[in-house]
Design a protein around this ligand. Sequence first.
Ligand code: HEM
Ligand code: SF4
Ligand code: SF4
Length: 383
Amino acid sequence: MVMQKLYTDPLNKATLWLEHWTNVIATSKYNPFYYHGALPQFYLWVLFLSGLLLFAYYIPTIDNAYASDKLINAWTSVDYITQTIPFGAVFRGIHRYAGDAMVLTILLHMARVWFTDRYRQYRWVQWVSGVVLLLAVLFIGQTGYYLVWDERSLLLTRMTVSAFEVLPIIGQPLKEWFINGKEITNLTLSNYLFIHIGLSFTLLFGLWVHYVRMARPVITPPPVVNYILVAIILGVVAMFPIQSGVMAQLTQTPTTFEIDWFYLWPYWLMTKMSLQSFWLVMIGVVALLTAVPWFVRSKPVEAAEVVLTKCTGCSLCDKDCPYEAIEMVPAPAGSRFKLLATVKSYRCSGCGLCVGACAFDAIDLPNLLDSDVSNQIKAAAQS
Ligand code: HEM
Ligand code: SF4
Ligand code: SF4
């Protein structure tokens, strides 16, 4: 706990200070800090919708897809979307910048839960699933950059292949999985498309794991906040319209690329160190990030306890518990009531909401009187 105080207390205070002043300007109803998890979720819906339009016109080949005089391949299809389809460039821009916004809002969300100490103990599932989601989002975004098949796509593909090749045992199979064979061919792009779309949909499963322990996760910002989020993206699209790069040629060797710092920083890292060191840094950072909930030791939470003789099975505690820590089970034979509340101690945060919800004094927190909890809840409601 001391460690927690040392390195997050000032950040916690700064976060709360920022939230307070955002409340003053935007009111608590529209304060984006209160929708920190819902913001990346909203951008995910925007990505699905804008991606659907791009998918309708995208052709995943390097060579000519049809026996036509004019070359029709991945690069020309993306160029067609940008130059010819009405608002195609706008949709491409929305897709690109909503992806960036998703990473940015995920980072804000991470910082918020970390600085406000809402990531440890019974919340470790959310944290660890969050790290997996973040890695998946980064990889999906990178595959988006391979799909457009410009010089940058070719360079990134070659850099990824080189990075896989240095890995012992799994390197070669990973490379062949990645480019769908031993060499870059048309099948490489169909694989990229499959990974890009397939992995995007598996994010939904990851999010289910992320939310499953929360009774009422806030996953939708109010409409006004949604409009503002879309307006921000449209503003960025207008200021920085998407340009097509030069079409990739397998016979050429591009050496420089324009970087998107949200997604492509690992490639920048690769240029700064040996590939072996790159993997060590990446694996180390991911391992450290995953282990964050266990860095800080504190007294174990004292879970709520049900007084079996008083419980009427009314389920109010179950409805109020934010962490799905209460389970209603059939009452033992001979009981006057049908159900009985039980507490899953490994999920309980000791927040006391169930104690406040119970009208029968049938649930307690050890070392905290029912009247103390009621007084604390009243005080919090008045502050
Ligand atoms: C695809 C990306 C993500 C989305 C859409 C997302 C969404 C959400 C949402 C909607 C909540 C509920 C917030 C609330 O009700 O107040 C939540 C909670 C949480 N998320 Fe995420 N999240 C994502 C990634 C992450 C990442 C990368 C981490 C950390 C590594 C993380 C850690 C957590 C934690 C610890 C909670 C519990 C917070 C609490 O109980 O107050 N999430 N997330
Ligand atoms: S609110 Fe009280 S009486 Fe009702 S189920 Fe929960 S513990 Fe039992
Ligand atoms: S104290 Fe009660 S409401 Fe809070 S997490 Fe534990 S069981 Fe749920």
